[in-house]
Design a binder for this molecule. Structure first.
Ligand SMILES: O=P(O)(O)OC[C@@H](O)[C@@H](O)c1c[nH]c2ccccc12
Length: 263
């Protein structure tokens, strides 16, 4: 699937009167056999796209829930290569865009060109590399361009305006607006400056803006979603999948759908 389809999927969720909902899952949490089941469950439950995390030994941006999921996946012997092979094996059944989230090191070990070719062959439409600074994006960009895969930029709350403008100008797929300073994980409140920040991003961005980090409840999906094109929910989904609380996942997804008119 191409990067245009990723953007279109988000736009479509918004045009239908709701918001995009993108769950983050840790590939291979519970073993790679479970990956297909998880992806198809989320797809059938109405998600817009799926962010697929690759387990890594040194996940510097990750909080305790995702770290623990990564460790479980690593115990199952999950690697970047195995994840790409797995999604390749069932790609004909996947209709939602997949965004791969991996740190830079596994990509370098894999070989950049081979990595991008294999992502394209497995139907990946975007990648997120949290430890790749904008200044180094040329490392991946030519190969990704060729393969029609988006490099999704992360914009933090503390990025200065000039930097945000630069990131936004080069953005593809969507912009990942990080809602808190710090690591991933469930949080109860957000800073006062958040709504303004998200609004500003939306005003200047040519691609959709999705907000992520610390979104774990139906209310947060609705409240944060209201300022942007959609939300990304990681830790809450990872935990619920681990505990097989499928109803909880469905209600989070439903919170992004158009609200029925009640008389
Ligand atoms: O877990 P949270 O707080 O819901 O945040 C989403 C996040 O988990 C997911 O997008 C993600 C997982 N690892 C990352 C590393 C960097 C940026 C983003 C991520």
């Amino acid at each position: 699937m191409t990067k245009q389809l990723l953007t279109e999927a988000i736009v479509q969720s918004v045009n239908q009167g709701g918001k995009a909902f993108v769950p983050y899952i840790m590939a291979g949490d519970g073993g790679l056999e479970k990956l297909k089941k998880d992806i198809l469950f989320l797809q059938e439950s109405g998600v817009t796209a799926i962010e697929l995390g690759i387990p890594f030994s040194d996940p510097v941006a990750d909080g305790p829930v995702i770290q623990a999921a990564g460790e479980r996946a690593l115990t199952h012997g999950v690697t970047l290569r195995k994840v790409l092979q797995a999604i390749h094996s069932f790609k004909d059944e996947v209709t939602v865009p997949l965004v791969l989230m991996t740190y830079l090191n596994p990509i370098i070990c894999y070989g950049i060109d081979q990595f991008v070719r294999d992502c394209a062959a497995s139907g990946v439409s975007g990648i997120i590399v949290p430890d790749l600074p904008l200044e180094e994006s040329a490392l991946l960009q030519p190969a990704l361009q060729e393969a029609d895969i988006a490099l999704i930029p992360l914009v933090s709350l503390t990025s200065p305006v000039e930097r945000i403008e630069k990131i936004v100008a080069e953005s593809e797929g969507f912009i990942y607006a990080v809602t808190v300073n710090g690591i991933t994980g469930v949080r109860n409140g957000f800073g006062d400056a958040l709504e303004n920040h998200l609004q500003k991003l939306k005003d200047i961005s040519p691609v959709p803006v999705l907000a992520g980090f610390g979104i774990s409840t139906v209310e947060q999906v609705q409240n944060i979603g209201a300022s942007v094109d959609g939300v990304i929910v990681g830790s809450a989904i990872v935990q619920a999948l681990h505990e097989e609380e499928y109803g909880k996942i469905k209600s989070l997804i439903n919170a992004s759908k158009p609200t029925p008119i009640t008389k």
